[in-house]
Ligand binder design. Structure first.
Ligand code: PMP
Length: 434
């Protein structure tokens, strides 16, 4: 079966004349004649410009936690923007929003808003450097913290380039990242206490921050090994390093209080975006009062759009719903059914599969047994995964084409969506041979 993509392809040709790769973010280009161009979305469903309908598991790379065009959120946005979209002055709703975030997320005592996950991590890193008076940052291979230059290293290079596991080499994610920044970043394998310990003994007192996603949200949702995040916590305390938990994907998704609540973890700072606004542009970073309160006292931070009304209104309405209704529990229950169903389909077909992540955000891979970081995951059979996923997309089930990107669920995914997805996946597994 081949779906008609004539209008998508025509729009791609037109877009390619005026936008690099015909898209506004590199990740959105899947290839010529296979990249869908979208018309609209509602709830858990999305329509491309050819009117093909999909059950959406990309959810805009995660932000859609309730559903596309979710009525309660949009009503709040409309009511607020009727009174102006941007003042670059402070209003009551943003104060109430930040109070809600602090009530929900254990590690937050003070917060500043931003517009994207990239800005949130950029600001958090500056504050951590200002607080410690140190410049170096530790990040983990395969993790992604946005398009700012400081952490755009060892995100998705071929892992052979990462060097020996005991002494990794930071690999910039392309040209244009200033060479002097190579001196400021240390890249380490995730879930490896020994290498972290050895590195800290060497450079621990030069390190301002360890920034870490709670799970590898940008590499198949590989989970933290038991005790690894707690080990980072303890080592940060020992060396006076700021522990930044990048909750851009996990925040307001895996629990109301994100990974902090899920794992009972207290980072010094945390960053948010995505699910916070159900698709509207809003982000945040925050943490301990002692650290955050240096902002404005010799530490620069700002942004014209930081309290944009659509973002603030959407976030307020989204968090209000999460607080008042068992939204994330409902998503988790449907996600669990989808994960269990997929596992059964692969088992039934005699195909060993590894699954990782959480019911609201998970992935799976083939041909490897145990995966603790990007180096092991890179050995999986990505070609098979991509052929499966492309066949599913042809049949109206749309996870991302990229095997690093997890499947995301939202509150609007119904039991019928899950049933239909399992039917499609069971057909696809029968048809596409490994
Ligand atoms: N941090 C993490 C963990 C992310 O997943 C992303 C985006 N995928 C970012 C930061 C950057 O967020 P944004 O795309 O909103 O700049």
């Amino acid at each position: 079966m081949t779906i008609i993509r004539d209008k998508s392809n025509a729009l791609q040709r037109r877009a390619t004349q005026v936008m690099p790769l015909g898209v506004n973010s590199n990740f959105r280009y899947w290839g010529d004649e296979i990249t869908p161009y979208v018309k609209k979305a509602k709830g858990s469903h999305l329509w491309d410009v050819d009117d093909n309908e999909y059950i959406d598991y990309r959810l805009a790379f995660g932000p859609i936690i309730l559903g596309h065009a979710f009525d309660e959120v949009d009503a709040k946005v409309h009511a607020e923007i009727d009174q102006g979209a941007l003042f670059a002055m402070t209003g009551e709703l943003e104060v109430a929003l930040v109070e809600k975030m602090i009530a929900m997320c254990p590690a937050l005592e003070m917060v500043r808003l931003a517009c994207s996950g990239t800005e949130a991590t950029l600001h958090a890193l500056r504050v951590a450097r200002a607080y410690t008076g140190r410049d170096k940052v530790i990040k983990f291979e395969g993790m992604y913290h946005g398009f700012q230059d400081f952490t755009l290293f060892s995100t998705y290079a071929p892992v052979e380039a990462y060097g020996n596991i005991n002494n990794p080499v930071p690999v910039p994610s392309g040209s244009g990242i200033p060479r002097p920044l190579h001196e400021l970043i240390v890249t380490l394998p995730f879930n490896n206490m020994e290498v972290l310990d050895k590195t800290l003994r060497r450079v621990g007192h030069e390190v301002a921050a360890i920034i870490v996603e709670p799970c590898m949200g940008n590499c198949a949702a590989i989970e933290p090994a038991p005790g690894f995040l707690e080990y980072i916590r303890a080592k940060c305390t020992e060396y006076g390093i700021v522990f930044i938990l990048d909750e851009v994907k996990t925040g307001f998704r895996i629990a109301n209080g994100g990974a902090q609540e899920f794992y009972g973890l207290m980072p010094d700072m945390a960053t948010y975006a995505k699910s916070l606004g159900n698709g509207y542009p809003i982000a945040a970073f925050g943490g301990k009062r002692e650290i955050m309160s240096i902002i404005g006292h010799g530490v620069a931070q700002g942004g014209t759009f930081n309290n944009n009304k659509p973002g603030v209104a959407a976030a307020y309405a989204t968090l209000d719903l999460l607080q008042k209704q068992p939204i994330l529990a409902t998503i988790a229950q449907r996600g669990r059914r989808l994960m269990d169903g997929l596992r059964k389909i692969f088992q039934g077909a005699g195909i060993p599969v590894c699954m990782s992540g959480y019911p609201s955000m998970f992935s799976f891979y083939f041909g490897v047994e145990e995966v603790s970081g990007q180096r092991d995951w890179a050995k999986a059979d990505h070609d098979y995964y991509m052929r499966l996923v492309d066949a599913a997309i042809e049949r109206g089930v749309m996870p991302d084409h990229d095997p690093r990107e997890p499947w995301f669920l939202c509150y609007s995914h119904s039991d019928a969506d899950i049933d239909e997805t399992l039917n499609v996946m069971s057909d696809v597994v029968r048809m596409v041979k490994r």
